[in-house]
Design a protein around this ligand. Structure first.
Ligand code: ATP
Length: 369
């Protein structure tokens, strides 16, 4: 397995720039997710790495070998890269074994043991080897596609939204199997996804693309807890964003006076700001009279969305500000209840720039907007 290094990669289709100055390093044996909204250039970046498109400027190197840019243009099939497309792309006229061994040298194709090992690696029963792709479930097909990509022991495996066509239960199960297979094979892998839960749960490193630029690259926990800006914060999870005033070392907002942390290299000064909290940081309890420094403001519960494993309560704070709280447990409030709201942990502060909160209004259900 090899590392992947992308330097200053640029690509336009016609006069429309799609990628601008993208730098990315994926250490050998690690797993990176490319995360971003639809149309931000994720698939284009993956196709440039794979060799299906040529960059306008910049370089792609697999290990020490430059495969694109700087006057080099190694053909896709000679890059030593395995590719798992969105919907498997298995050859319908070949069996599972035929698909898996397709990219192997002729001598190895007859080695049934190799196919069995690869099926085992992706968590499939060896009995499936003689089946046709149409006799497999969508999740099984994606696992076979991964086995086929891993068969020639590539330097790098690229996965282009491989779970997007699967339903929720199968997606989770297939993700786990694919993660386990990639870890067991020691593969260097890059996954394209617009699903933040997928990126955060599977990858060692998440690279966030926005409008063709790489805006943040870090480990999943840091990305969620210390997003570089509010756009990234809103993209990687649900958020409570409130106007605030920074004064006396505290952030004063509709949830009271909060301890805060700075996130960017450019600290927010005293005065107007915005604070970011995650809904799971809000704690609800029976209302108590609010005095300065007491148990937080009293909010009215507008509605509760029940998901089984947890719930979301939509709250109206004094002044009409609406926020959501993620709640665990069985003791849930009901619509119309008054609750005391306290905050666990610290808020992150961001500058008070712009007029709207990009993406945020969409996260408020229509009946509360
Ligand atoms: P999605 O998640 O919807 O697949 P993406 O982030 O993968 O989106 P890309 O498929 O890389 O985005 O596309 C980025 C932009 O480039 C889009 O505006 C798309 O229309 C455009 N684009 C992609 N391929 C081509 C092409 N071959 N010719 C012209 N424009 C293209």
């Amino acid at each position: 397995m090899s590392s992947l290094t992308v330097k200053d990669l640029t690509k336009a289709f016609g006069t429309t720039p799609v990628l601008t100055g993208v730098d990315l390093h994926v250490p050998s044996g690690s797993f990176t997710a490319l995360l971003g909204p639809s149309g931000c250039g994720k698939t284009t970046l993956l196709r440039l790495i794979a060799g299906f498109e040529d960059p306008d400027t910049g370089t792609v190197a697999v290990g020490d070998r430059v495969v694109a840019g700087a006057g080099r243009g190694v053909a896709a099939r000679r890059r030593g890269i395995g590719f798992v497309p969105q919907e498997g792309g298995l050859f319908p006229h070949l069996t599972v074994a035929g698909n898996i061994s397709f990219g192997l040298p002729r001598r190895q194709r007859r080695d049934g043991g190799r196919v069995r090992d690869l099926l085992q690696l992706v968590g499939l029963d060896a009995d499936l080897a003689d089946r046709s792709p149409h006799q497999l479930s969508g999740g099984q097909q994606q696992r076979v596609a991964l086995a086929r990509a891993l068969a020639p022991e590539p330097s790098l495996v690229l996965l282009d939204e491989p779970f997007s066509s699967l339903d929720a239960a199968l997606r989770e199960e297939t993700r786990l199997a694919v993660s386990a297979a990639l870890t067991a094979s020691g593969a260097t892998a890059v996954l394209v996804t617009h699903d933040q839960a997928e990126a955060l749960s599977m990858a060692d490193q998440v690279a966030v693309l926005r409008d063709g630029r790489l805006v943040q690259r870090t480990d999943p926990r840091t990305l969620y807890r210390r997003p570089g800006d509010l756009d990234v914060a809103l993209f990687v999870g649900e958020a409570v964003v409130l106007d605030a005033e920074i004064r006396d070392g505290r952030a004063h907002c509709a949830l009271g006076s909060l301890a805060y942390e700075q996130t960017s290299a450019d600290p927010v000064a005293d005065g107007a700001a915005r604070v970011l909290l995650r809904p799971e940081q809000l704690r609800l309890s029976a209302p108590v009279p609010t005095a300065p420094g007491a148990r937080g403001p009293i909010a009215k519960v507008r509605s509760v969305d029940f998901y089984g494993h947890d719930s979301r309560a939509w709250l109206e704070l004094p002044g009409g500000v609406r926020v959501s709280a993620r709640l665990e447990g069985v003791d849930l409030p009901s619509a119309g209840d008054d609750v005391s709201v306290t905050v666990r942990g610290t808020a992150l502060v961001f500058p008070p720039v712009g007029t709207g909160l990009p993406g945020y209004p969409d996260s408020v259900p229509a009946h509360l907007a």
